[in-house]
Design a binder for this molecule. Structure first.
Ligand code: 16G
Length: 168
């Protein structure tokens, strides 16, 4: 299959209420032609990623075992464009009785589709999916201005535990 992950994990309980005209599904290899990279470029620098590079990266993500990359997208069925995306990354661990940690990454909604609660939709779905997978914790990084938004889905600042970074 050319879906990034097994779509059956997106049960009706995980999906909840999806607005009419939109489809929530795993990233598909054909999403290269549905504006997926344009969408990501509304979040940060994407750079010149060729179809070949996209396909190669897609296959790497698809073949992780157990699944580590749950890129969940929203397709607008009328335009057939990907208008939203959020990724749940699973980090498989030895700690916590060989448990796993979840990270919410690359949450982006197309500028033309903002104000329709699609960010909320993706957050609810990723949190539900992470719970079903059995992560012992779920984390994300965000700008100060987005803290109140993510708090709505159960995230809070991890007091005394800092996020450090170095960029190359
Ligand atoms: C935000 C994103 C992160 C993304 C990063 C890209 C969420 C919750 N956080 O922190 O996933 O990878 O921006 O920015 O979506 P960068 O290009 O500066 O790393």
């Amino acid at each position: 299959g050319k879906s990034l992950f097994d779509a059956s994990v997106l049960t009706s309980e995980v999906l909840g209420n999806v607005p009419e005209g939109l489809a929530v599904r795993p990233l598909h290899i054909a999403d290269f032609d549905k504006g997926y990279l344009d969408l990501l470029s509304q979040l940060t620098t994407v750079g010149p990623v060729t179809r070949e590079q996209f396909n190669e990266r897609f296959l790497v993500m698809q073949h992780t075992q157990p699944t580590a990359y749950y890129v969940v997208v929203i397709e607008d069925e009328s335009s057939q464009k990907v208008v939203g995306s959020a990724t749940l990354v699973i980090e498989w661990k030895f700690i916590h009785s060989a448990s796993c940690r979840g990270r919410v990454e690359d949450v982006v909604i197309d500028a033309n589709m903002r104000g329709k609660k699609l960010g909320a939709l993706l957050n609810r779905i990723l949190v539900a999916l992470a719970k079903n997978i059995g992560v012992y914790k779920l984390s994300l990084e965000c700008k100060d201005s987005l803290i109140p938004f993510y708090e709505l889905y159960g995230f809070k600042k991890d007091v005394g535990n800092n996020f450090l970074v170095q960029r190359f």
